[in-house]
Write a new protein. Structure first.
Length: 202
């Protein structure tokens, strides 16, 4: 009887230890892969962890794609905006932040489709397309946004390890968007408000 009791205790301990180790593993992964703030979680997405440098020459480039996944972890609907709301950031192996910039070369008005509404536990993804290319014997990265905006890093890059992340920000709970059919501006609400930096990805 006593042997069965000890065997049962040991078995329960092993089961709970396995559950605990799994939970710690999940929490560790979550803390590294995502940032939670004010009812939303943010993850950094990259198409390739290794960027291939194109062959040196005018017009040669390598396509890249960066993104951010946002999950509504609140108990209410939240709206997120891709229209000039998130900017890419790059840190070199020495911890130096590369200077970045952006602008608009063919900008259009913000639309409702730029600001999708998410329900609790629902996720969405925003992406930026870009390229790695040669200019004046140095390597640069720049790209475009679907709204017609452009983004770029003013500093050139060199072969090595880099860390990438996004800075996402929105300051208003309401926003005006253009209705192309009615040819008028409408007001949307329930926007997530805050400023956050997504996790670093090498």
């Amino acid at each position: 009887m006593q042997k069965h009791f000890f065997a049962k205790v040991i078995l329960q301990f092993c089961v709970w230890r396995r559950v605990w180790d799994t939970l710690l593993s999940v929490l560790e992964k979550t803390s590294k892969d995502m940032v939670e703030q004010d009812g939303a979680s943010f993850e950094t997405l990259v198409s390739e962890r290794v960027l291939l440098i194109p062959e040196k020459g005018l017009g040669n480039s390598t396509a890249i794609r960066f993104g951010i996944r946002i999950t509504n972890i609140s108990q209410q609907p939240l709206r997120f905006c891709s229209y000039r709301s998130f900017q890419p950031r790059l840190i070199d192996d020495n911890g130096r932040h590369l200077r970045s910039g952006g602008g608009a070369n063919a900008s259009r008005l913000i639309r409702e489709s730029d600001c999708p509404l998410t329900q609790p536990n629902e996720s969405l993804e925003f992406f930026l397309d870009g390229k790695v290319y040669w200019k004046d014997n140095e390597i640069y990265i720049d790209g475009s946004q679907s709204c017609g905006g452009i983004w770029y890093f003013q500093d050139s890059i060199k072969p090595g390890k880099y860390k990438f992340y996004f800075r996402y920000s929105n300051d208003h709970e309401e926003g005006r968007v253009f209705d192309a059919d009615a040819r008028e501006m409408n007001i949307l609400n329930s926007f997530w408000v805050g400023r956050v930096e997504s996790p670093l990805v090498e």
